[in-house]
Ligand binder design. Sequence first.
Ligand SMILES: [Zn+2]
Length: 94
Amino acid sequence: MWSFEQQLGKAEAEGTEAARSAVAAALAAHSDGREAADPTYLQLFLLKYVCSEPDCFGTLVPLAPDATTHACNLCGAQRTDAEFMAELESSMAT
Ligand SMILES: [Zn+2]
């Protein structure tokens, strides 16, 4: 049985690259459509693409098709994939 919590616990122990792999695996696991409405996938999707500024709720979109930096379409706040991973790791550490 695949457990996202186990993956994250492992990722915290092994560092950012492992965390990135865990997220990639979590996202890739759903690319074939077997589990279209998984709450963990939805949570990750929202964490990655919804602006983290308080009371904004804008959508983070890539600055370019292959960019690793996303910008909010409402307040203009920018966040890189690296910053997202750092935020994800700190939120999982609590
Ligand atoms: Zn925003």
